[in-house]
Design a protein around this ligand. Structure first.
Ligand code: SF4
Length: 337
């Protein structure tokens, strides 16, 4: 991976992936009610709030206090009154919660829950890139390690990335990292020339224009909702006759609730379907690619969540100097709606 001014016209073959991560099989639904009751009781005993990303298993979303995307959960983490945060998500999210709530105990139920997108840039690579563009403003997507955030001026999520770019004076150069598809989309909608890092999420990069073309023929009346991390985002915006809505996961939920359409084609990780069905009942949601499943997000099971609360595992910590510098970039992210 390297920074580039010249981007590929189509998604390259995903470079990063879950490698040796072994995803536990689906749980037995007959056990869910008892496990969820045990988890709720443990959370009460340990003064814990349970946060779950919208890509988590349905039974994890159902037992959580709050479900949402990174921006929503970051805001909750920063203000939750409980002394412990259990983050059902991936490691950069738990790190973010710790940075925003340094006095709280933050637990991640499975330490193997990483992120191929966060792995696509190291802090040394970022330092070298900054050295090539002295004075540029660094905007990092929230899917980055704490060390990379500490080297950044702003963080953003897909919900507020456009607003963050718009807030930067037009005469400043911007380094955007690490997701190239989000970067390309931002370049298009803001009209700004960005320097874009060639990183990608292996799940979203695998969602191709051909997946959408096929479904459009089968579901001609459906609305198309696309997450900007997808490998198809730029091509979709150019497809003739396709009215695509490029949205964050929270944006998809809000849009589906308000729209009068009955059927939606969803281009993102399939865990969001559970949340969409819950929040917009009576509507139909069809995944553009049924294999768009994040193995890291599916590592968290009810048993692991229960053990995390019971045993206080696995506690996430971020060195104070890194946390202090990363917090600046995160607080700017939270402040920009
Ligand atoms: S879906 Fe992609 S970006 Fe999200 S956690 Fe999984 S690997 Fe990372």
């Amino acid at each position: 991976m390297s920074p580039t001014e010249k981007l590929p016209a189509a998604a390259p073959t995903p470079t990063f992936g879950p490698g040796s991560v072994t995803v536990p099989p689906p749980g037995d639904p007959a056990t869910f009610v008892d496990l969820q009751a045990e988890i709720r009781e443990l959370a009460r005993q340990h003064d814990a709030v349970i946060l779950a990303h919208s890509y988590e298993r349905a039974e994890i979303q159902d037992v959580a206090d709050h479900v949402g995307d990174s921006l929503r959960l970051s805001r909750v983490a920063a203000t939750a009154p409980q002394s412990t945060i259990v983050f059902c998500g991936v490691s950069f999210m738990a790190e973010t919660a710790k940075i925003l709530s340094p006095g709280k105990r933050v637990l991640l139920p499975d330490l193997a829950a990483g992120c191929s997108l966060a792995d696509s840039i190291t802090v040394d690579q970022l330092r070298n890139w900054k050295a090539e563009h002295r004075g540029a403003v660094v905007v990092s997507y929230v899917n980055t390690t704490a060390a990379v955030k500490a080297e950044s001026d702003y963080c953003c999520t897909s919900s507020n990335a456009r607003a963050v770019i718009d807030s930067i004076p037009p005469d400043r150069q911007i380094l955007f990292l690490p997701d190239m598809f989000l970067g390309l989309w931002l370049q298009r909608v803001t009209g700004r020339k960005l320097h874009i890092w060639l990183g990608e999420c292996h799940v979203h990069a695998g969602i191709r224009p051909s997946d959408i073309e096929e479904l459009r023929r089968e579901e001609p009346g459906a609305e198309l909702l696309v997450h900007p991390e997808c490998g198809c985002t730029s091509q979709v915006m150019e497809m003739a006759g396709v009215d695509a809505h490029i949205l964050s996961t929270e944006g998809m939920v809000t849009y589906a609730q308000k729209s009068t359409a009955e059927t939606f084609l969803i281009a993102t990780e399939t865990g969001i379907l559970h949340r969409l069905e819950l929040k917009a009942p009576g509507k139909r949601f069809v995944p553009v690619n049924r294999e768009a499943v994040c193995q890291y997000m599916k590592l968290t099971t009810l048993e692991k969540l229960r053990d995390s609360l019971r045993l206080g595992q696995f506690e996430i910590d971020v060195p104070a100097d890194i946390a202090a510098r990363a917090r600046r970039a995160l607080e700017r992210m939270i402040a920009i709606a």
